[in-house]
Write a protein that binds this ligand. Sequence first.
Ligand SMILES: [Ca+2]
Ligand SMILES: [Ca+2]
Ligand SMILES: [Ca+2]
Ligand SMILES: [Ca+2]
Length: 216
Amino acid sequence: MSKRAFRYFAIAAMLVTALFFPRLVLASLITEIEPNNSAAAAQNIPNSSFTSDFVAIITDSTIFPHVSIDGKGGAGSTNFDFYRFTTAGSGIILDIDNNGTVTPTNPVVDTEIAIWNSTGLLIGENDNMTAPVDPGSTSLANSFLRLDGLPAGTYTVAVCQSPDCAFSNGFGISGTPLPSGVSYLLHISLIPEPSALILLGAGLVGIGIRRHLKKR
Ligand SMILES: [Ca+2]
Ligand SMILES: [Ca+2]
Ligand SMILES: [Ca+2]
Ligand SMILES: [Ca+2]
């Protein structure tokens, strides 16, 4: 193959990949770092990793800053996955997606998730999302949780294998971790304060008016 032909081939391959495997072009993808098996060892997700880039499988991705974590199951009876992040906003969305490949060794990821505030108070948990299946998932067994009206602060999230997980105050968790061979995407979205959304809307309207006036 000539150099030029190879270049065209490489570009075509990239376009096909971007078209059919959108998970590979997630705007902000973080790889899970083990061990993260307890709240004390939670993986810190820095604010700098949240973006507002468009991602089709994330709710209102251009409005809500979001990050995606490429997580994996593993060996061990206490191998839960904990993540921690800080928000100045008023709401949080936690969205588990199958990580693209559903195979015999990576079947539907039947997760359970939980979230605690900075004092260890359990403020939410979910096993299965309610229908319809949200974008990025192929099964209702993927977890999805939206919480609104939260104070700014630091929050801790855990991922566990359904159906025998139990969560409790004080970052308590028991049950079965996700097994080896399973991979998942955890999208975390931060919903801004309503006042910030109004400002954002006003800004967009302003840009629209400026463009309109320029055209005239
Ligand atoms: Ca893991
Ligand atoms: Ca872990
Ligand atoms: Ca999803
Ligand atoms: Ca589930």
